[in-house]
Design a protein around this ligand. Structure first.
Ligand code: NAD
Length: 318
């Protein structure tokens, strides 16, 4: 199968490209990325075709999608704070961009499409765990744009019969995730601070919790979906019901590094939800063969990757 990964120069996309190259069912990998956040370096030494362009440009989409059987649509402007600063940009990339990807998929008779939605769509819904059929109430423009992403994708499936899987990712982390831009996610920021011996910046009191999911597990689910052309009429949570608070993550890091990790607190950020935990029944029914990488193992791999980048010796003797 020949696949296109939009946003393939980003964190999840480049991990997926690497994993897809050793997947027997995948014959060719193309990436479409405008390199606004993703890095070409993430794809060096990988045998992938890179089309530099925007999903907002139908001509770039046509160039990248012609002849592809499957599309994994990851390109987006992620991040809640970014969307608070520029809601229109988030809407263009995430909502309009998805619609343009779907229309290109129709033009090119793509046989299977996966899109990345987000646990942030649950927003104000306080119920834990989050089941896919409970109500959504986005608390940020980013979350609203991700609700549009999944809604357009599933509406296209219903309207035009394009087999589609809309996965709600829950706080993905792992090697390749940037700590060094204004909208970096919490785990790479924590790991970077811990390795540098600097205090980790915690928004709020740190008791807020997330269903952290290792990027290798996310890639395993996507590849299994591609292999078996898994599609579903409803969004599907991609997480395994293993919630941890930010304070627990810092404790894990201290344990891995064998030293204390200090922290500094800042006010909670608007748009952030307090707790997040996935109901996993649908995921497990669709992907019975996949078990998640344990959080401590995932954190260890993340610490080792970032330490190599920073060229410091991180992990205390095991
Ligand atoms: P990322 O920012 O590392 O990757 C996104 C990629 O999309 C980047 O390489 C960026 O350059 C590219 N991009 C942005 N706008 C584009 C455009 N107009 N045209 C082409 N490319 C464009 O983010 P990620 O963490 O790898 O996230 C991948 C997907 O997963 C996103 O859709 C995100 O919303 C979703 N998601 C991620 C998480 C997470 O925890 N990382 C959680 C929920 C959902």
């Amino acid at each position: 199968m020949r696949i296109l990964i939009t946003g393939g120069a980003g964190f999840i996309g480049s991990n997926l490209a690497r994993a897809a190259l050793v997947e027997p069912a995948v014959k060719e990998v193309t990436v479409l990325d405008d390199l606004s956040v993703g890095l070409r370096d993430n794809l060096t030494r990988l045998d992938v075709e890179v089309v530099e362009g925007s999903i907002l440009d139908p001509a770039a989409l046509d160039a990248a999608m012609a002849g592809r059987e499957a599309v994994v649509h990851l390109a987006a402007l992620p991040s809640v704070p970014r969307s608070l600063r520029d809601p229109v940009a988030s809407h263009h990339a995430n909502a309009t961009g998805t619609l343009l990807v779907l229309e290109a998929a129709r033009r090119h008779d793509v046989a299977h499409l996966l899109v990345a939605s987000s646990s942030s769509v649950y927003g104000m819904n306080p119920t834990l765990p989050k089941t896919e059929l409970t109500w959504t109430r986005p608390m940020s423009p980013y979350a609203a744009s991700k609700l549009a992403t999944e809604a357009y994708a599933l509406a296209h499936q219903a309207s035009f019969g394009l087999p589609t899987l809309a996965l709600r990712f829950f706080n993905v982390y792992g090697p390749g995730q940037r700590h060094d831009h204004a909208y970096a996610a919490v785990i790479p920021r924590f790991v970077h601070a811990a390795l540098r011996g600097e205090p980790a910046l915690v928004h709020g009191d740190g008791t807020q919790s997330r269903d952290f999911t290792y990027v290798g597990t996310v890639c395993a689910v996507i590849l299994d979906a591609l292999r078996r052309r898994v599609h579903h009429p409803h969004p599907v949570n991609l997480a395994f019901g293993a919630r941890a608070s930010l304070l627990e993550v810092l404790d894990d890091l201290a344990g891995l590094l064998g030293r204390r990790v200090d922290r500094e607190h800042a006010p909670p950020r608007p748009g952030d939800v307090a707790h997040s935990l996935a109901d996993t029944a649908t995921l497990q029914a669709l992907f019975p063969g996949i078990s998640p990488v344990d959080r401590r193992d995932g954190l260890r791999a993340t610490v080792e990757w970032m330490a190599r980048r920073l060229a410091v010796e991180p992990v205390a003797s095991r």
